[in-house]
Design a protein around this ligand. Structure first.
Ligand SMILES: Cc1ncc(COP(=O)(O)O)c(C=O)c1O
Length: 383
């Protein structure tokens, strides 16, 4: 039995309806969206719009036209940060950011003269709202926070941070890579101005899909310019959405796949999904806690995290453990630094890294049992 426990990187498997709808589109339609006026192109256009509508509904956003498709959350974050920030702007961010935010901010600090303040977090990866408030300066233009850490799993107090940003008239950008599709997100209630998401993690869609919900009227300069299928004689990128931020032929097959995944999520219900993942987390945490030599990081509490469990075994490097599990037990987990070095600094694993279990909706108790058996076998063979 193959046991896939790397769902924080990308979810696997996908609901069957995802490849089925992609196959159907590629084999039976194949038309581009927003360009042709023949029936099949109009049909493809309609399917893309359906996906925008489903995303708007999921995130409680009123206007599907301001749901922008990108190739990934990385692109969405770059598009937003590069498209908004000006020299002298001050940005407040968390100590848990993925390099998709952090490297982009550091590059803008070096090349555009923005300033960055990192809000401290405790060893569990928890950020205190008072620390966020204390980091705000008169020049603060934007708060950018991950919704949940991909290293520790810790969920951040997004609603409270959003309210603070709204009260102070500061833009609020959220990286929902680890939470979209498993935690409720409400851009209205949580005062989220800009929501960056990826399609291939808990939204259960294909790689190459992602997007940005623009829930404010800030001017975002496009990252790329090009064809939009309309107003072709106009020499600049149109200023209306979604065309303003969508240039070039779209990933129609991927977007249709994402739409199918959203249909699946709606039928299953976010609450049921979260409930199942929480139960698996609790089961895994209880079993892991008693493994000899285990070092567990993060809150170790399913209510405070998404389905991520970081751990080490005393005296062993994480890659050695992951390699053993893969080669001997067909159990796939992640090992190393998970593209977020500052989160590793919090728990003292920036040199060594960690093993990381990423639990997904299609995991079962038997998968956790296989992992635990694999860890016991590793210890027996290597101690
Ligand atoms: C919190 C967070 N942000 C951003 C990303 C980048 O995602 P992608 O590679 O899909 O753009 C990830 C992926 O692991 C993540 O966990």
């Amino acid at each position: 039995m193959d046991v896939y426990l790397d769902n924080a990187a990308t979810t696997f498997p996908k609901p069957l309806i995802v490849p089925e709808k992609i196959y159907d589109y590629i084999v039976n339609n194949g038309g581009t969206s927003g360009r042709g006026s023949y029936e099949k192109a109009m049909l493809a256009d309609g399917l893309v719009y359906q996906t925008r509508k489903r995303l708007a509904k999921l995130f409680h956003h009123e206007d599907p036209k301001t749901v922008i498709f990108t190739s990934s959350v990385t692109e969405s974050l770059n598009l937003t940060l590069q498209g908004i920030l000006k020299p002298g702007d001050h940005v407040v961010t968390s100590a848990l950011e993925h390099n998709a935010v952090w490297r982009c901010l550091k590059t803008l600090e070096r090349d555009r003269g923005i300033r960055i303040t990192v809000v401290p977090a405790n060893v569990q990866g928890e950020t205190m709202i008072d620390d966020v408030a204390a980091a705000i300066q008169p020049e603060t233009r934007l708060l950018v926070f991950t919704h949940a850490s991909n290293v520790l799993g810790t969920i951040q107090p997004i609603g409270a941070i959003g309210q603070l940003a709204r009260d102070k008239g500061i833009l609020f950008l959220v990286d929902a890579a680890q939470t979209a599709g498993v935690l409720p997100i409400d851009v209205q209630a949580q005062c989220i101005d800009l929501l960056a998401f990826t399609g291939h993690k808990s939204l259960l869609g294909p790689m190459g899909t992602g997007g940005l919900v623009v829930n404010c009227d800030v001017v975002i300069h496009p990252l790329i310019s090009g064809g939009t299928g309309g107003d072709s004689a106009y020499e600049y990128q149109p200023d209306y959405y979604p065309n303003h931020l969508e240039a070039g032929t779209m990933n129609v097959s991927g977007i249709i796949g994402l739409g199918a995944a959203l249909e699946f999520l709606e039928a299953e219900g976010l609450e049921n999904i979260r409930h199942k993942e929480d139960a698996l987390m609790d089961y895994a945490l209880n079993a892991l806690k008693v493994i000899p030599g285990i070092e567990l990081y993060g809150p170790q509490d399913s209510a405070k995290t998404v389905g991520v469990i970081p751990f080490n075994l005393k005296g062993h490097v994480p890659e050695e453990i992951a390699f053993f599990l893969d080669q001997n037990c067909q159990v796939m987990i992640r090992a190393g630094l998970h593209c977020a070095p500052s989160a590793h600094r919090l728990i003292g694993t920036v040199e060594r890294g960690t093993c990381r279990i990423g639990i997904g909706y299609f995991n079962e108790i038997a998968h956790i049992d296989a992992l635990i058996a694999g860890l016991h076998a590793f210890i027996k063979e290597n101690n």
